[in-house]
Design a protein. Structure first.
Length: 163
């Protein structure tokens, strides 16, 4: 299953890239995040492998995330014509996915965030979920993007809404 989602954010691209790459901000916008800890490497850097635990309702999922691309490596003084890339591979029980995020300038103080996502399922349960509600994955990706937008533009923290 493949899909692409996008959102425009009312902040300069360099600022968006820095906020998106900063692991300290993850709990503020990544709804359902219980744990995101590096197993090897430096948090958020190319090649880093992290243990990720997500809680969605009664369902708890643990997976391994590997940063497979981060360009440019230095997120300061990014040339205006450059595209910022964040790619990661996520492996969990019965599931493999890759996310390829691109940040481009959409205007003087605006950033376009495009996220290309691909999922493959080996477990029967996950295959059934993907067949029955394929839009749920796209909807969840858009929710995470909207939560990030609300965090960086308005200072909204998803933990405040949840608790």
């Amino acid at each position: 299953m493949k899909y692409t989602v996008s959102i425009e954010i009312a902040l300069p691209r360099e600022q968006v890239a820095q906020l998106l790459a900063d692991p300290a901000h993850l709990p503020k916008w990544l709804r359902g995040l219980v744990l995101h800890e590096p197993v090897s490497g430096t948090h958020g850097q190319l090649g880093t492998t992290s243990r990720v635990v997500m809680q969605m309702g009664e369902q708890r999922m643990e997976c391994t995330e590997t940063i497979t691309r981060r360009e440019p490596a230095d997120l300061h003084e990014i040339p205006s014509e450059a595209v910022v890339h964040f790619d990661r591979e996520i492996v969990g029980e019965g599931m493999w996915s890759v996310s390829r995020d691109r940040l481009t300038e959409a205007g003087p103080q605006r950033t376009l965030w495009e996220s290309e996502n691909e999922y493959r399922f080996t477990g029967l349960l996950m295959r059934l979920v993907a067949l029955v509600v394929p839009g749920a994955f796209r909807k969840q990706s858009l929710q995470h993007m909207q939560d990030f937008k609300n965090f960086v533009e308005r200072g909204q923290d998803v933990r405040d809404a949840a608790g």
